[in-house]
Design a binder for this molecule. Sequence first.
Ligand code: S3P
Length: 472
Amino acid sequence: MSHEPWVKPHGAWLMAHGSSLKMDQLINPISQLKGQLRAPSDRSITVRATLLGGIADGISVVRMPLRCDDTDACLDCMRRLGVEIENLELKIENEELSDTNSPFSIFNSKFIIHGRGLHGLQAPTERLFCGSSGATMRLLSGLISGQAFNSVLDGTAQLRKRPMRRITEPLRLMGAEIDDAAGCAPLEIGGRLTPLQGMVYPTPVASAQVKSAILLAGLYAEGETVVGETAKTRDHTERMLAAMGVPMEAWQADGRYWAKMRFTPSLKPFELTVPADFSSAAFFMVAAAIVPNTTLTLLDVGMNPTRTGLLDALRLMGAQIAIRNERMEGAEPVADLDICAPHGLKGIEVHGELTARSIDELPILAVAATQAHGTTLVRNAEELRVKESNRLEGFVAELHKLGANIEPTADGFVVHGPTPLHGAVVDGLGDHRVAMSLAVAALVANSPTTILGADCVSKTYPGFYDDLAGLC
Ligand code: S3P
C-alpha cells in the first residue's frame, strides 16, 4: 500500500492506494495541462499483427507493439498454438525505467514472430485463455475455425458475459463446428480436415470484430468470402491482409460497405511499426479541449479514417485541431496533433457513420459534452451496452455522480451542458474506458474524485495515470 501523494505543479496531484487486487485512484482538479505525449501503441493493430504474424510464411517484425492485459492474452494464445514470439526490449540503463509501461521501453520493444504458415499451428494442450480481450476471442475464433485440431477458447468472467453468437453463427454458416454456451464463451471449436466454405454475409451488427473473424476464417475457405456492413468499421484486418498478399477488394453498394477476399495459399510475413492508439490518445484530446489554458501535442497518432470520428466531433464542437507530419506507417496513416479549445465547446448531434467511427470514444465524448454549451445527442450507439461494461447505463450513472446532466436513451445518451462538475467517489466498473473517462472528467471538477477499481485501465493502457500526471 502506498499513501504518498505525488504533488505536481498547478496544484494537481494523483495518489494511488490499494492492494494487488484493486487499486483506487485519487484525481485532483487542475487548472492547466501542458506538454506532449505519445500514447501507447494501437491495441487493434497489435492483436491483428500477433495473430496474422503467427500464420505467416516466415518471420514478421512488429516494432513498438502494445503491451497490456489484452495483447498479453493474445500473445499467450498464439504461443500455446506453437508460435515462437520473441519480445525484444533494448537494454535499459536506468533501473527505474525497466517498467514495461515507461515510454522508454514502449519505444524500444519489438516482437519477432516466427510464423508457422497457414497450416502449421499446433494443437493446444490447454484452453486458449483470451483474458478479457473480446478482439482476441472473436478474431482467434475465425482463425481457429479452419484448423485440423480441437480447441477451447475461454476468458474472464467479464468476457464470458459478452455476446459471441454474432461470430459463431456466421462461422457455422461457413462450416465451422462451434459450441457456444448459450451464445457466450467458452467456445468449443472442432477440428476439420476439409476447407471451410466462402460466403457472402451481410452482418446484422456493424462490428470490426465480426467482420475480421469471418475474413480470418476466409483464409481457410474455398472460394470468395464477402462481408457487408451497414457502417464502415475499422479496416485494420483488410489492410494487413492486403499487405500480406491476400487479394482484397472493398466497395459500397445497397447501403453497405463490402469487403471481399480471395483464397491465397500462403501469407507473406511483414514488418510494421504500430502507431499510437487513437482510442488511448482520445482521453488526452478531450482533456486538452476541456481543461482551460491547455494545448497538448499528441505524437504518432494512428489516423485510420475508420477510427477518427472523435476528431470530427471535437471540431464540430469548436475545438481547434492541427494535424501535422501526416505520414504512412506501413498500411496505416499516422500524424501528430495539436489540440486546444480556446473558445469553448458547443453541443452537437452524433449518429450513423460518425457513431461507428467513434464507437470506443463515446464515453470520453460524453465528458466533453458536459463542458459544452447546449445539448449533445448520441444516437445509433446500442453497441455500448455490450462492451466491457454496459456503457449506456453504468457509465452514464457514474458520470452523473460527478454532477453531469446526462441521461441514457434507447440507443445512446443525451447531455445538457455546460455543467460544473464536483468531486465524488465513482467506480471504474472494471471497464478501462469508463475509468479513464471519469479521470478526465475529474480534472475539471471543483474537488477531488476517487475512482474505485481504477487499475482496470491495464486492459489497454497500464501507464495511464502516470501519463496524465506527467502532463499536469
Ligand atoms: C475492435 C472493434 C470494436 C471496438 C473494440 C476493438 C477491434 O468492437 O469496440 O474496442 O479491434 O476490432 P466491435 O467490433 O465489437 O464493435
